[in-house]
Design a protein around this ligand. Structure first.
Ligand code: MG
Length: 360
């Protein structure tokens, strides 16, 4: 097998604004693993490590060094069809580096599926070829959010996610109330505080929204990631389901959330846990303990989101998933792959992720 990496920067059609940053591009490291067969042309599998300073803290340069260094060394001499052993070696090649591990894990799965002539979702056991997603609204004032919310509903999305936790719980309440008033009772509304509230602010804000009839589907990561006691305190005091995101990277974190009773749900992401293999373990553990699941992604393109969508189709989650990232791209860094139609992601029937190469 031959591993190569490509740094890509894909422009967005609309700036993606959060409390922490304004993104105009999705920057990623793409990993390409070729099986090196020459008789009938070599086949390549693709994976993606997104740039996420504020969640994983891993850089693209670091991901590239990890893929080209310890991971490539661990896979040296291995046959591409020895998938189980290859995946084990990837996870053991380095501590941390979940973005790099996730990209290689996905590329190995993609390559294995392609060599069998199967789509990735069929390879994972799915017969479903569409997956629904929510869409996130960029941070803005109440008027701008209400306008954007109506536009996204017109685009065909019926689950909207609003970023809150921007420092003023009162303003958060007002934004959410106005968005609900703008879209009416039909669409689902979920909030992501990205660790931005104190436990008391979280309970005050969520209860106020409950009392005002905002009809929240869930609230994601209300308090800092390490404060599981605080998150359990919130979960106990509101009726809206609480979703853990930044608190859960891998199995050890999910076990802690379960022990504390810190959340009702967990958001599983390939770049946090290290790929499809670890993600399946998390989904199964959550299910055994009555924790609801969704699968999300970072700001990434059709490779990373396509892999997450293939996983969802094979391992159904509890709620609509959070896979709109590639919808924001004006121009994808690769050709082929998933296609959005409103809130539906169409999985390709072509082998693997359906990606045919880098965009010229
Ligand atoms: Mg989140």
């Amino acid at each position: 097998m031959k591993i190569s990496t490509h740094l890509v920067s894909a422009p967005l059609h609309t700036p993606f604004v959060t409390a922490l940053r304004t993104a105009t591009h999705a920057d990623s490291l793409l990993v390409e693993i070729s099986d090196g067969s020459v008789s009938d042309g070599s086949v390549s599998g693709w994976g993606e490590a997104p740039q996420v300073w504020k969640v994983t803290g891993e850089s693209l340069a670091g991901a590239q060094a990890c893929v080209e260094g310890p991971i490539a060394a661990a896979l040296d001499g291995l046959e591409p069809d020895d998938l189980t052993e290859a995946l084990r070696r990837v996870q053991n090649a380095a501590v941390g580096n979940f973005g790099a591990k996730g990209a290689v894990d996905v590329a190995l799965h993609d390559l294995a599926a392609r060599r069998r002539g199967q789509s990735l979702h069929n390879f994972l056991g799915s017969t479903v070829d569409t997956v629904a997603t929510d869409v996130t609204l960029s941070v803005g004032d109440a008027d701008a959010l209400a306008t954007a919310a109506r536009a996204r509903v017109a685009d065909g999305f019926d689950v909207l996610k609003i970023k809150v936790g921007t420092g003023d719980a009162r303003a958060d309440f007002e934004r959410v109330r106005q968005v609900r008033a703008a879209i009416g009772p039909g669409p689902s509304l979920r909030l992501d505080a990205n660790q931005g509230w104190s436990r008391r602010d979280a309970v005050t804000a969520i209860r106020a929204m409950e009392d005002a009839g905002c009809d929240l589907e869930l609230v994601e990561q209300p308090v800092p990631a390490a404060d599981l006691e605080g998150m359990a305190w919130v979960t106990d005091r509101v009726s809206t389901p609480i979703l853990a995101d930044e608190s859960v990277f891998g199995v050890r974190d999910l076990v802690a959330v379960i022990r504390y009773g810190a959340a009702d749900m967990v958001n599983v992401k390939l770049a946090k846990c290290g790929g499809l293999g670890p993600a399946r373990t998390l989904l199964e553990l959550a299910r055994e303990h009555g924790i609801q699941t969704i699968i999300g992604s970072m700001m990434e393109g059709p490779v990373g989101v396509g892999a997450a969508a293939a996983l969802v189709s094979a391992y159904p989650t509890s709620a609509v998933n959070d896979l709109d990232a590639a919808w924001w791209l004006r121009e994808a860094p690769v050709t082929g792959g998933i296609r959005y139609d409103g809130a539906l992601i169409h999985l390709p029937s072509a082998p693997g992720l359906g990606v045919t190469g880098l965009t010229a």
